[in-house]
Write a protein that binds this ligand. Structure first.
Ligand SMILES: Cc1cc2nc3c(=O)[nH]c(=O)nc-3n(C[C@H](O)[C@H](O)[C@H](O)COP(=O)(O)OP(=O)(O)OC[C@H]3O[C@@H](n4cnc5c(N)ncnc54)[C@H](O)[C@@H]3O)c2cc1C
Length: 279
């Protein structure tokens, strides 16, 4: 007699997805809604949930991605012209078999930006995203989601650029009603608005980029409350490094209390191997 056991479900899985809708959500961002039978199993384990989006190298080409535990090694082995473009994005929202992703349109230099600039419903991609069937999620596990203020944090500073807007939107929406937080975001254009309704203790500062690191200047102006805090920083790598340095060196924030992530690096494609973050 053979005994069947549950097939082990990994935290992330590949999901075939079709573009259902495309709409502009500001001068620089476009919201793409993905659907497909499998997407009912996509979940978010936190407000800054990262995913991989696999896009066709040429518009309309089939997106084929190896699956299984060793998928990444097999993906890397594919000749470049057969390898789908892989980029990192954030789940803006996941509900009833649909997933929204907000793409920054930064011109034609990057394949993802180029794709998002002309995408229409019906196009197909593959998402590598948290699989709700992974049992750990039912126990509160978080995989690929990093926002985690320590329990004793009495204030938060959340800062980033337009690539962090999807994550910041989720974080802000999840803040408790008694939260004390400064949210500072740098955007490329006047038409990139933020329309969050926030608890009374939360201030939102939006700065429109004008050639300098404006959000760093804005963070320098913030009066931080007394007591233990927490910072979440994401955006262009150099900006994030400067923000972190300022908070740790000039403001004395314990580095363990600063989450930071370079979401992109000026002049470098995501295909370029990353260097270790400088202090
Ligand atoms: C955890 C995580 C979550 C992310 N979430 C999002 C998200 O929700 N939405 C989102 O839009 N981005 C997000 N990003 C950033 C996104 O992965 C990068 O911007 C990515 O490089 C875009 O790919 P591309 O093909 O357009 O450009 P690439 O081929 O990677 O780069 C080509 C050129 O474009 C430049 N470039 C890349 N991104 C930008 C930009 N935003 N503005 C100006 N120049 C740029 C590069 O420096 C390079 O010179 C996230 C990144 C991480 C690590």
């Amino acid at each position: 007699m053979s005994v069947t056991t549950d097939v082990e479900v990994e935290p992330y899985a590949h999901f075939e997805a079709e573009v259902l809708a495309v709409r502009s959500v500001g001068a620089s961002l476009v919201r793409v809604t993905f659907g497909g039978p499998g997407l009912r199993d996509v979940t978010s384990s936190g407000p800054d949930q990262r995913i991989k989006v696999f896009l066709p190298r040429e518009r309309g080409a089939e997106v084929r991605v190896p699956t299984g535990p060793d998928w990444y090694a097999r993906y890397r082995e594919l000749p470049e012209h057969e390898r789908a473009v892989m980029r990192t994005y954030t789940i803006r929202s996941a509900r009833d078999g649909e997933v929204d992703v907000d793409f920054v349109r930064h011109g034609d230099a990057g394949p993802a930006s180029r794709w998002a600039g002309a995408v229409v419903p019906g196009e197909r991609v593959v998402l590598f995203a948290p699989d709700a069937r992974f049992p750990g999620y039912r126990r509160g596990a978080r995989v690929g989601s990093d926002y985690a203020p320590p329990r004793d944090a009495v204030w938060q500073l959340l800062a980033g650029d337009e690539t962090a807007l999807p994550a910041l939107s989720g974080i802000v929406a999840a803040l408790p009603v008694d939260a004390v937080a400064h949210v500072l975001v740098e955007v490329p254009a006047e038409g990139d608005g933020v329309d969050w309704s926030v608890p009374p203790g939360v201030t939102v500062t939006r700065v429109v980029r004008d050639g300098r690191s404006d959000v760093l200047a804005a963070v320098r102006e913030v009066t931080l409350p007394d007591g233990p805090g927490y910072a979440w920083l994401a955006g262009e790598a150099g900006l994030v490094r400067d923000l972190r340095r300022h908070l740790v060196r000039d403001r004395g924030l314990d580095r363990e209390r600063v989450y930071f992530c370079g979401y992109w690096r000026r002049g470098r494609s995501e295909d370029t191997p990353r260097e270790p973050e400088e202090d």
